[in-house]
Design a protein. Structure first.
Length: 313
């Protein structure tokens, strides 16, 4: 059943306030150019996303293009820590995984810089189209097979890393259906269990559709071990908010169609608690649309879960 879209109240593709290449200290720029083997002559910032670290496509004098991420370990410690984790995770990825390859890591002069394979392409268009959803969904189904069992040692589970979100419903008790949501979310450990490496943050700004038909998934900052269908469900939040018939998509999906409906509701209730709590946190000065995006996802999931549970809203 197609539903009306929830209007976007943030500028798609322009949500981040990022550092640029010129903001890196000269010593860091010199070290990076040595790694690249050529002088950087152009840098284009990727302004999608919600983190303040550098994320730029750089073009070198020899014509090569590369993707760089960088953050200060002092001024942007959270982003720098996330890049370190991403580098560790990317090193364990099998070659068949739909993730741009990590080329090198530079960590010196109070900076963490990642040099990544440049992938030409575009993000899914907003509002989402059926064609882009199909392409991204097909990639996630294939990736679930490639990433089971989860590569790497000691990968934490979905419940170990994110299970505490269920307790957020204890302080959201004044909201409609909070008790039912809390009861659902409390089952997240059982429902999310699995041996697949799960990205957990599948959104349009983390996806690249290449001209050759391949789809790439970026920003592997916090992958966990969990059920093979989790990323396929998380992908549907954006398309659902844009008005696509995600229930028909689920019914025909090679992974989601066999999932108990109640288990899907458990994950949606779990995510709803997180985005509800996140939307009410103070505004972040260097990520001005972070709370706006959380509120939009909250509204999408609430309406979606209400339809599935028969709530009146």
């Amino acid at each position: 059943m197609r539903v009306s879209a929830i209007p976007l109240d943030f500028p798609v593709g322009r949500t981040a306030r990022r550092l640029g290449w010129v903001h890196l200290p000269p010593a860091v720029r010199t070290a990076v150019e040595r790694r690249l083997g050529s002088r950087v002559v152009d840098a284009t910032s990727c302004d999608a996303g919600f983190t303040p670290g550098l994320a730029s496509v750089v073009t070198c004098a020899d014509g090569s293009r590369h993707f760089l991420k960088a953050a200060s370990t002092k001024a942007q410690k959270y982003a720098a820590d996330a890049y370190r984790v991403e580098a560790r995770k990317l090193r364990t990825m099998p070659p068949s995984a739909p993730a741009p390859r990590l080329r090198w890591v530079h960590e010196a002069d109070d900076w963490v810089v990642l040099g990544l394979e440049y992938v030409e392409g575009r993000a899914p268009e907003r509002p989402w189209s059926d064609a882009d959803l199909t392409a991204c969904s097909d990639m996630l189904v294939a990736a679930a097979g490639q990433l089971t069992p989860a590569p790497g040692l000691g990968v934490t589970t979905f419940a170990e890393e994110l299970g505490s979100w269920a307790s957020l419903w204890d302080r959201l008790g004044g909201l409609p259906h909070a008790a039912e949501c809390g009861e659902l979310a409390g089952r997240i450990a059982e429902v999310s269990a699995g041996e697949t490496l799960v990205h957990c943050d599948v959104r349009d700004d983390n996806l690249i559709l290449a001209p050759d038909g391949r789809v790439w998934l970026c920003d592997w900052n916090w992958p966990v071990r969990g059920a093979a269908w989790l990323d396929s469900l998380i992908l549907l939040i954006g398309p659902c908010g844009d008005g696509l018939d995600v229930e028909a998509h689920i019914a025909a999906h090679p992974l989601l169609a066999d999932v108990e409906p109640d288990h899907i509701d458990v994950v949606l209730a779990h995510l709803l608690g997180y985005f509800t709590a996140s939307a009410d946190l103070p505004r972040v000065s260097n990520s001005p649309y972070l709370r706006t995006m959380a509120a939009w996802q909250r509204d999408v999931i609430h309406r979606w879960l209400a339809r599935r549970r028969g709530w009146r809203i």
